[in-house]
Write a protein that binds this ligand. Structure first.
Ligand code: DLL
Length: 450
C-alpha cells in the first residue's frame, strides 16, 4: 500500500473495524497467512543453518534437513532456543550477521549474570518500526496524534521501539522517557498528548502524582493508552481508564524477539493480536513441551520469520498465556494472545497453590483506602517459604485502621486467589515506585549454595 492510501485507510476505517495500518496484511485470510508463514519459516531455517553455528549444530544433531519443514506443524521438529543460549554466547554469538553490518544493539539490564544482547540490521529496524506503527494504530493512535512516550530510552527496547513506530505512523512523538513525573504531567497537558505509552505501573504513578498536584487528567486531551512491558490485570486497566479518561490497550513484546510490537490489543480489548506474518506462535505445556489445545494456558514459544540479525528458533519466552484463532470483531485475522498472566519464573507456589503476582494485583487495585502499589516479600522460615503481602494505604487513611485493612485484604486474597498471606499495611509512599517495570516480588530467601 502506498503512503497516501495508508493514511487514507487510517482516516476512514470501516465502521466498527478500527483503523488499519496495513489492511491487506492485517485482514489476510488465515490460509494465506499460513502459507506466508511456511515460506518464511523455511527461509529462516536456511538463514540460521548457513549463519549461526549453534543452530546449525543443533539442527544437525537432531538430523533436521532444510526440506524437512513441509507444514507449519513441522516446526515441532526444530530445537528450542533459551535465554541462557544468548548469555552463554555473549555478546554476539547467536547473531547471523557480523556486528559491523548491524545498525543497532540493545541489551537487557540482566539482574543476574551477563546481560542478553540483541542486534538489528537496518532492515530489522524498518520491520520493527512498521510493526510498532501497526500496533499503535491497532490501539487507536492516528497520524497527527501527539504520543507521550514514557518508556525508558536506552538499552531497554521500550523507548526507542515505540518511538520509531510512532514516527512511522505519522504521529508526533514526545520522547519524555521515564521519571521526573511532575514535569511529565505538565508537558502532557501543555503539549496536548492524545496517546500515552508507558508501563501500566508507571501510568498509575503518573495518575497518583497528578492527583496529589490537583491536576485532573480526565480533562486532558488523552484519548487512548498503550501499556505493556510487564503483566497487569483487568482491575488495573479499569483504574487507568478511570483516572486518565482514556481507553487502555495491552502491548506485548520482548527484546529477544524484537521489542515492543510483537502483539497489541485492538479496540475490542479481547486479547492481543500477535503479528503472524513476522512471528510463529506456539503454546506449549512447559513440562511435556507438547502443544496445549487452543484456549488452554501454557508457555508462549516464538519463532521469528523475518529477523535478519538475530533469527530465533522456538524461543522459550517463559510467559504463560492462552491463544485463540477465533475471528475478532475488529476484522483482523491474526491470532489473539489472551493477556500474559506472568512469567513462569515469577510464579510463586504457596502451599501447593500456583500464584502469579498479577492475580494479587487484580484483587488490590481499585479497593477503597488502598493505593495500587504492592510487593510480595518471600522469606524462608525453616523448611517453609513465607509470603508477606505489603500493601499501601491511601493518604488520609488513619493508621489505627491498618490492622482492620490488613485483615480485609488477607480475606479477599484468600477468597479470590486461594492462598493465605500475612498482610502488612504501609503508610503512603512506603512501597517503592518505579519509572519502568515495577518490582512486585522481593525474594529475601537465602540463595541456593550461598
Ligand atoms: O518489555 C518490551 C516491551 C516494552 C513490551 C514496552 C511492551 C512495552 P523485555 O525488557 O525484553 O522487553 O521484557 C520482556 O516483559 O517476556 C514478558 O515477561 C514481559 N512483558 C512485556 N510485555 C508484557 C505484557 C519488553 N503486555 C518481558 N504483559 C516479556 C505481560 C509483558 N508481560
Amino acid at each position: 500500500m502506498g503512503a497516501a492510501a495508508r493514511v487514507d485507510a487510517l482516516r476512514a476505517p470501516a465502521a466498527g473495524a478500527g483503523a488499519f495500518f496495513d489492511r491487506a496484511i492485517e485482514t489476510m485470510p488465515r490460509e494465506r497467512l499460513a502459507a506466508l508463514q511456511l515460506e518464511r519459516l523455511r527461509r529462516t531455517l536456511q538463514h540460521v543453518r548457513e549463519r549461526v553455528l549453534l543452530h546449525r549444530q543443533r539442527l544437525e544433531a537432531m538430523g533436521v534437513e532444510a526440506d524437512d519443514v513441509r507444514t507449519l506443524d513441522d516446526v515441532r521438529a526444530l530445537p528450542f532456543t533459551y535465554k541462557s543460549d544468548l548469555r552463554d554466547h555473549y555478546p554476539f554469538g547467536l547473531f547471523a550477521r557480523p556486528v559491523g553490518e548491524l545498525a543497532r544493539l540493545h541489551a537487557s539490564s540482566g539482574t543476574t549474570g551477563r546481560p542478553t544482547v540483541v542486534g538489528y540490521t537496518a532492515g530489522d529496524l524498518d520491520t520493527w518500526a512498521q510493526l510498532m506503527a501497526r500496533s499503535l494504530a491497532c490501539a487507536g493512535a492516528r497520524p497527527g496524534d501527539v504520543v507521550h512516550n514514557a518508556h525508558g530510552y536506552g538499552l531497554f527496547t521500550g523507548g526507542l521501539g515505540v518511538h520509531a513506530g510512532a514516527e512511522r505512523l505519522g504521529a508526533v512523538v514526545v520522547p519524555i522517557s521515564g521519571g521526573a513525573t511532575e514535569r511529565q504531567i505538565a508537558l502532557l497537558i501543555d503539549f496536548g498528548a492524545h496517546v500515552l505509552v508507558a508501563t501500566p505501573s508507571y501510568a498509575l504513578v503518573i495518575a497518583e502524582t497528578a492527583e496529589r498536584l490537583g491536576v485532573d487528567l480526565r480533562a486532558s486531551a488523552l484519548r487512548t493508552g498503550v501499556f505493556g512491558g510487564e503483566p497487569w490485570s483487568e482491575s488495573t486497566r479499569r483504574a487507568i481508564e478511570a483516572r486518565f479518561g482514556l481507553r487502555a490497550h495491552d502491548l506485548y513484546g520482548l527484546s529477544e524477539i524484537m521489542g515492543p510490537g510483537v502483539a497489541c490489543e485492538c479496540d475490542e480489548q479481547a486479547g492481543l493480536h500477535g503479528w503472524e506474518d513476522h512471528f510463529l506462535f506456539e503454546v506449549l505445556d512447559p513440562e511435556t513441551q507438547q502443544p496445549v489445545p487452543e484456549g488452554q494456558a501454557g508457555e508462549l514459544v516464538i519463532t521469528t520469520l523475518t529477523r535478519d540479525a538475530l533469527p530465533m528458533l522456538r524461543y522459550r519466552t517463559r510467559d504463560i498465556t492462552r491463544i485463540t484463532t477465533a475471528p475478532c470483531d475488529c476484522g483482523r485475522t491474526h491470532l489473539r494472545i489472551l493477556r500474559i498472566a506472568g512469567r513462569s519464573d515469577d510464579m510463586l507456589i504457596v502451599r501447593g497453590v500456583n500464584v502469579y503476582p498479577s492475580q494479587i494485583e487484580a484483587v488490590l487495585v481499585g479497593k477503597p483506602r488502598l493505593a495500587p502499589h504492592y510487593q510480595l516479600v518471600l522469606r524462608r522460615n525453616g523448611p517453609l517459604d513465607e509470603v508477606t503481602l505489603e500493601v499501601e494505604a491511601l493518604p488520609g487513611v488513619a493508621s489505627d485502621v491498618f490492622p482492620d485493612l490488613a485483615r480485609e485484604v488477607a480475606h479477599l486474597v484468600k477468597a479470590m486467589v486461594g492462598i493465605s498471606t500475612q498482610v502488612v499495611v504501609k503508610g503512603p509512599g512506603e512501597i517503592p515506585r518505579s519509572e519502568g517495570k515495577a518490582v512486585r516480588v522481593r525474594d529475601l530467601r537465602p540463595k541456593e549454595g550461598a
